[in-house]
Design a protein around this ligand. Structure first.
Ligand SMILES: [Zn+2]
Length: 660
């Protein structure tokens, strides 16, 4: 999801207020050293879980790697007037684990909006997400059957235990569950779903709306962390075959491919869609002037059923409204991607890129298909081709949220903001929609990656939209204030710091790793290896660290520890410069808890200059180091540490020193 900069900066703003006015409380925010780590140092190996035959020492899935699979056939009906969704589903659950299962756990995430939910009890300030201004009855499950027999469901807040009549056998045991449920659509459900009344009708944006089998894995067993609002979701891949029955006037956007265009679109719209699939620029499927026109919907009376199928996805979301303008364009580039289903290589025939939005979002959204297409191509070029047949953005009440093949985005006025959110959500199609990380535990593990990716897309769209100096200064302001580390568990992150930690600090860590530690080639080789290795699988943070270190060929424990697992400060200083004959010597100090390689600019009095760099090893034995180099007879005028102002150095006043 997307946390706007105004929210991402709350913590800094609050800290400033405290410093200025509440001296008595200053102990809460006094800058202090991280906890002493002797005899461990910043360079000690990380205490990672021991490797095994499931997750190996090189961070790859081992010969015994397994993951579960869940396929969903869903029939849902939207009562647009009552704003109620009623549905039935057949869930086919495949137990590929070595364990016999006597019960399953399900997520019933709509229960978050019940007035007595655990997430609701956290109250205002318990979550960074503006939410639940309207309560609902949550998910009302009408029946659960296995083998035609009713089975009891024990509901505990947003999770429910389903005891099986017969144990589910290990390794390819399969179970079919029939289930029926309904829920009222909350006006805004934790900024991830909701409805909005627009001039031409209600826009429904639906997500986290069906009973989803919790992920059972080799690390935690059943992943039953409740849905509290901040932590997102973690699930298995599967096939979704979904029929959505909505009023005839509605257009529907959803995860997957529309299987029955001849039943739900006009002949003219089908012609336009075919044209769009081959067009690099936007083709109007339904235009502004066609909204409300009966001719823009198939003739007849009564509701229509839209049928979507999606393969190899970890969730399914959809949006419906009579108010939609619909634009589309095509990406025809082909790519090679692994397929989770059968382990073979699939060749997607291309991607249909789509935007759905109301008149209120014009004129800005007339350009959104172009923005989205550019973002998908940008990320595809940098991190691996987009593997899915559709890529859709829907404008409505949801600020910014990602689901497989479909994202939601509320911005209607500001071009930069719209591009940033569009690109951010599209980047989530790589993390965690393909590389399936556990968002409910590790927000940094996808939000930080996605924010990092978005910076490069912003720069490509408009160079001025990405300013490394501004980023470094913002991250530096947030370091070492005695707060939480970036890798704090999603729901435990202080709400005001959620954006600063999971998004910005992690994104800046990856930027510095790429630009200042490994260099782009070495970083990209390693990151490509990580993505290729874990596409359609579920890596843990330890797997990521191990793959990157293995594929980049270097030890980075100091980096992960300083940036992710401690609230460490970086303060590099140059404390002395002297010159003897043809040689110059500069003395540097590392005054914070974090370490980074040294980069410094030497300016000579003849007007020439050079940039010199070291590895991080200069800090192995001491926080002080001396570096000498041949000047070729030139006089050193000045030495400047981190001359590009890219590192989050908390004190830049000691980064510059005149020659002796
Ligand atoms: Zn996000």
């Amino acid at each position: 999801m997307f946390v706007p900069l105004s929210v991402r900066c709350i913590r800094m703003a609050m800290t400033g207020v405290l410093l200025g006015t509440l001296v008595g409380c200053a102990s809460q925010i006094t800058i202090r050293a991280a906890a002493p780590r002797t005899p461990e140092t910043i360079f000690s190996p990380l205490p990672l879980p021991p490797p095994n035959a499931i997750r190996t020492q090189t961070g790859r899935p081992g010969p015994d790697y397994w993951q579960q699979r869940a396929d969903y056939d869903i029939d849902a009906t939207l009562d647009a007037d009552a704003r109620v969704v009623s549905a039935t589903a057949v869930i086919r659950y495949y137990n590929r684990s070595p364990d016999e299962l006597r019960y399953l756990w399900l997520h019933l995430e709509q229960n978050l909006y019940r007035p007595d939910s655990r997430g609701g009890q956290r109250g205002v300030g318990g979550s960074s997400i503006p939410n639940r201004d309207v309560n609902t009855n949550g998910m009302e499950v009408s029946f659960v059957r296995i083998g035609g027999r009713d089975v009891p469901l024990r509901v505990h807040d947003t999770v429910a235990r389903l005891d099986l009549p017969e144990p589910l056998a290990p390794r390819e045991g399969m179970l079919e569950i029939e289930i029926g449920w309904r829920f009222e659509v909350p006006r805004l459900g934790d900024a991830r779903m909701g409805w909005e009344q627009t001039r031409n009708g209600t826009i429904f944006q639906i997500g986290q709306w069906y009973p989803a089998v919790c992920k059972y894995d080799d690390v935690h067993g059943w992943n039953t962390l409740p849905y509290l609002g901040q932590g997102e979701f973690y699930s298995d891949f599967g096939r979704f075959d979904v029929r959505l029955t909505v009023p005839r006037a509605h257009l529907v956007a959803a995860t997957g491919v529309l299987m029955n265009p001849e039943e739900v679109l006009t002949a003219e719209q089908r012609v336009r869609l075919t044209r769009a699939a081959a067009s690099p620029s936007a083709v109007i499927i339904r235009g502004l002037d066609e909204i409300g026109s009966a001719a823009s919907r198939p003739a007849g009376a009564g509701p229509l059923t839209w049928h979507f199928v999606a393969d190899d996805v970890r969730s399914f979301a959809w949006a419906a409204s009579p108010a939609f303008i619909w634009d589309a364009a095509g990406i025809t580039e082909r790519g090679r991607v692994p397929s989770e289903r059968d382990g073979t290589v699939a060749l997607p025939p291309g991607t249909l890129v789509q935007s759905f939005y109301p008149v209120e979002a014009t004129p800005l959204w007339f350009d959104n298909v172009t923005m989205l297409r550019m973002a998908v191509l940008h990320f595809g070029g940098m991190w691996g081709v987009y593997p899915y047949p559709t890529a859709t953005n829907v404008n409505g009440v949801v600020g910014g949220m990602e689901y497989p093949m479909i994202v939601y985005c509320s911005e209607r006025m500001n071009e930069r903001e719209l591009f940033e959110v569009t690109a951010h959500e599209a980047a989530h199609w790589w993390f965690p929609m393909v590389v399936n990380t556990d968002e409910r535990r590790h927000a940094w593990f996808d939000e930080g990656f996605v924010t990092f990716m978005t910076n490069y897309a912003m720069r490509e769209r408009r160079a001025a939209w990405f300013d490394p100096r501004e980023w470094a200064a913002r991250v530096a302001d947030d370091l070492g204030r005695g707060g939480q580390p970036a890798a704090t568990r999603s729901d435990e992150i202080d709400s005001g710091a959620y954006g600063a930690l999971a998004y910005d600090r992690t994104a800046w860590a990856l930027y510095c790793l790429r630009e200042k530690v490994l260099g782009p080639q070495r970083f990209d080789d390693a990151m490509h290896e990580y993505i290729r290795t874990w596409a359609y699988k579920s890596p843990q943070p330890a797997d990521f660290f191990r793959v990157i270190e293995d594929a980049a060929g270097c030890d980075l424990a100091w980096f992960w520890r300083g940036w992710l697992y401690e609230d460490a400060r970086l303060d590099q200083a140059v404390v002395g410069v002297r010159q003897r004959g043809e040689n110059a010597t500069a003395t540097f100090e590392n005054r914070g808890e974090m370490v980074m390689p040294l980069e410094f600019l030497v300016r000579y009095s003849d007007g020439s200059s050079e940039t010199r760099t070291t590895g991080v090893e200069v800090w192995y034995a001491s926080d002080r180091c001396e570096l000498s180099w041949a000047t070729g007879g030139r006089r050193v005028r000045e030495v400047i540490v981190d001359p590009g102002d890219v590192l989050p150095d908390v004190d830049r006043s000691n980064n510059r020193r005149s020659g002796g």
